[in-house]
Design a protein around this ligand. Structure first.
Ligand code: TYD
Length: 428
């Protein structure tokens, strides 16, 4: 006998408003109608399209049927994926799988579209069943839920963000959990008679898996020469991973926590031009020792994805290569700082040092390190390439001369694949 947990999709596992609203706007445009106001748009998430189009957009019945065709065409092509998994849902699903629960989705969306969304977000292995309403199902979710519940179910839970989920769940004999991070209000869910209420994903995890330790998260880093476009790509990668339901924390080196930020000020202060290369290397390592213990390790233990702007590879490239301290010496003086912590994967934004220099001086006033002669950056670049050759499995190398969108798409695709492979290996 197994516990069965059934989720609604829109507003419970994913936030689908972006795709829905883009498709509504597209439909209005194609049909030559004025764009809906933001007040109208708010009312459109949830109810059937026919109602929204006739009651809110003022279409005739005939226009609305044509509108639905226009909407569906765009929705099935792109709108489906203009969607985001609520951060932490991925962790919850992993935990339910570890517990051995039977897990399903019961949604008002068509089954095919729902499966495509779940596959797109690499979540399919967490579900035993994904089903949408069929034309022959009675209205409401009761029939759908009763149809999919397996015979060996010891306890059934229905989790959803709207009264329809609670109502359908109750009528099908489930205990019901209302969630407050979707499109319904607490009042709506309480009035519908939910047995339990979770205002956040964290609260939902505590309700469904009380006291259970979270699976480990992951540590990622991003590297590149000054001028490689790292700041923009850090931002875009964070956005992409968050969309997939990862709880991402960003940090940076040198820095990332108060003590290390103070060390950063000393290192980057243009007045400290007398600083010996070995002093500089030790200060970077000292800042890292604090960052690893205070920020990186706790984040990974708490199931988060910690993305650091630079890590030990920067020391090996800049102090080992650039300052000519030797890559091995710098690696060995960092060993204590690392405490065995290395990124699951490191994105390297690959740019020629001449091009990086050109971009840097077009952008802003250079700091002390940035003012170094370009031979310094040529050595940094060579040291990075040597590092990548020595650990090719850890690096994701992306050509930084491509467009911002192309770089971002390549980074996200490869990092998501590594994260997913790690989860599959960890979850068995
Ligand atoms: P920062 O302004 O953060 O540069 P960027 O935005 O390019 O990351 O300054 C960090 C500088 O410190 C950068 O020039 C690289 C250098 N650095 C090292 O030399 N060694 C290290 O270990 C780290 C982490 C950074």
């Amino acid at each position: 006998m197994r516990r069965c947990v059934i989720f609604d999709l829109d507003g419970t596992l994913t936030a689908s408003d972006e795709g829905i609203l883009n498709c509504v706007r597209h439909t209005a445009q194609v049909m030559g109608l004025p764009l809906p106001t933001s007040e109208m748009e708010q009312k459109m998430i949830g109810p059937p399209l026919l109602w929204s189009f006739t009651q809110l957009l003022g279409m005739t019945q005939q226009q609305a049927l044509k509108g639905i065709e226009v909407y569906r065409e765009r929705y099935n092509r792109v709108g489906l994926f203009e969607n985001r998994v609520y951060p932490g849902i991925r962790t919850l699903l992993r935990m339910l799988k570890m517990k051995g629960d039977w897990v399903a989705i019961a949604t008002g969306k068509p089954t095919g579209a729902s499966r495509r969304i779940i596959e797109h977000f690499q979540l399919n292995e967490y579900f035993d069943c994904i089903e949408g309403l069929r034309d022959d199902d009675p209205p409401g979710k009761e029939g759908l839920i009763s149809r999919i519940l397996p015979p060996d179910c010891s306890e059934a839970l229905m989790v959803g963000d709207r009264k329809y989920d609670i109502d359908g769940g109750r009528k099908a004999g489930c205990r019901t959990v209302g969630v407050g991070f979707g499109y319904g209000t607490e009042q709506e869910l309480r009035e519908a008679g939910c047995d339990l209420y979770a205002p956040t994903v964290d609260a939902l995890i505590e309700l469904l898996c009380p006291g259970m330790a979270r699976p480990l998260g992951a540590f990622l880093s991003m590297e590149g020469l000054d001028g490689s476009g790292k700041t923009t790509q850090m931002h875009l990668l964070t956005e992409a991973l968050t969309r997939y339901g990862y709880e991402v924390i960003t940090s940076r080196e040198p820095g990332g926590c108060p003590i290390s930020e103070k060390i950063r000020q000393i290192i980057l202060d243009p007045e400290n031009s007398e600083m010996e290369p070995v002093t500089e290397a030790l200060l970077y390592a000292a800042a890292r020792a604090q960052h690893v213990r205070e920020v990186i390790q706790p984040a990974v233990t708490a199931g988060k994805v910690l993305l650091s702007d630079r890590f030990v590879d920067s020391s090996i490239a800049y102090q080992g290569g650039g300052r000519e301290l030797g890559t091995e010496q710098v690696a060995s003086l960092n060993a204590v700082a690392l405490d065995g912590t290395l990124p699951l994967c490191t994105v390297y934004l690959d740019i020629r040092h001449e091009e990086a220099l050109r971009r840097r001086y077009a952008a802003s006033q250079p700091d002390r390190l940035e003012r170094e002669a370009d031979s310094f950056h040529a050595r940094v670049e060579a040291a990075y390439h040597q590092l990548i050759q020595s650990a090719p499995e850890r690096f994701v190398v992306v050509d930084a001369s491509l467009s911002e969108e192309e770089i971002s798409a390549r980074c996200a695709e490869q990092v998501l694949a590594r994260l997913h492979a790690q989860e599959v290996a960890a979850d068995g």
